[in-house]
Ligand binder design. Structure first.
Ligand code: DHB
Length: 319
């Protein structure tokens, strides 16, 4: 029996068909061929690779990823460990055999690096590129997504050299005017999808017993993931849906651990979602569980497809 016998939960992102509206976030467990194949074999609706750089990186010293709190939030400062873009140009096309979209995440350390890498995926047979504007963990490299002028230059350059649908992964914004300004840049740049939000950067988690930081790199500062960031993910998706051209797809991310969380993101206007911390903490089985939970919720509500409710969040009545 297949969940698709009951209900249509397929979706479209940047013109690509996804059988399920949930896939892995770039970050956890998507560095090596083996990890990427495991995602291919799972219920993940697409395969997204770890953000790659020009040359391979081993990343920051450990401990660099820790869970915290009863809800299994996370703090990380991985420092972009990856095999280098040439490996992904080799590895990713073969993953098309799983019959789902294959997307490369790109995070050059300079604009020139990013453009070289984006260009290298042209004509490889993969489906799309997610350009990461929001890595918070490389010492001396601020998150480009918080610099609107630099973001505009990079995104316009990347769209120009890319032969594939190009999207951007954004940091969270905490002021509506910033979301509006970024949306205006993206509306005039030719991007096909927007993923929001990346982990809010430069959080600090303290262990009272040892009176020390949980992770080592960058003085213990790192990106925060898990349920504690969900309200900001939902808010960014909702406001970007309001400000972005309707033809630009939105992928929601931040704190998803259940089918109900996915439903919330879709209600706010997301076309699909990504899962980071929950995937890291539990492995590829999360995708099947999330798909089943989402199907059950949608059926219980009497909807037949995602289109029936996507973006239809209501403002609660005044009392
Ligand atoms: C890393 C973390 C991120 O949030 C990101 O977008 C890219 C890379 C990292 O530390 O590896």
């Amino acid at each position: 029996m297949d969940v698709r016998d009951f209900i249509d939960i397929s979706t479209e992102v940047a013109g690509l068909q996804l059988e399920y509206p949930v896939f892995n976030a770039s970050g956890p467990l998507c560095v090596t061929t083996q990890e990427l194949r495991a995602i291919g074999e799972s219920y993940s609706g697409a395969i997204l690779s770890k953000s790659c750089t020009l040359v391979p990186r081993s990343g920051n010293p450990e401990p660099r990823y820790k869970e915290f709190g009863d809800e299994r939030n996370s703090i990380n400062s991985m420092g972009l460990p990856n095999l280098g873009y040439r490996e992904y140009v080799e590895i990713l096309p073969a993953l098309k055999s799983y019959g789902k979209p294959v997307i490369a995440s790109v995070s050059g350390l300079t604009q020139e690096d990013s453009l070289t890498i984006v260009r290298s995926f042209n004509n490889t047979g993969i489906d799309a590129v997610e350009l990461n504007l929001s890595c918070p963990n490389v010492p001396g490299k601020p998150q480009i997504g918080y610099d609107f002028e630099a973001s505009k230059n990079l995104v316009k350059g990347a769209v120009k050299v890319s032969g594939l649908p190009l999207g951007v992964k954004l940091p969270p914004f905490f002021d509506i005017s910033h979301i509006k300004e970024m949306a205006e840049i993206l509306n005039s740049s030719g991007v096909k999808f927007v993923t929001c939000i990346n982990s809010p950067g430069n959080g600090l988690v303290v262990d009272v017993d040892t009176e020390s930081t949980l992770i080592h790199p960058r003085g213990g500062f790192g990106g925060i993931g898990g349920p504690c960031i969900k309200p900001f993910g939902l808010a960014n998706v909702r406001k970007f849906r309001e400000f972005l051209n309707p033809e630009i797809s939105i992928i929601g991310a931040g704190g998803i651990t259940s089918g109900s969380d996915i439903f919330e993101y879709l209600l706010c206007g997301a076309d699909a979602v990504q899962v980071g911390t929950h995937f890291m903490n539990n492995g590829t089985s999360v995708f099947q569980n999330l798909v089943y939970e989402l199907v059950k919720l949608i059926m219980d509500k009497g909807y037949k497809s995602i289109q029936d409710f996507k973006g239809n969040l209501r403002i609660t009545e005044a009392t």
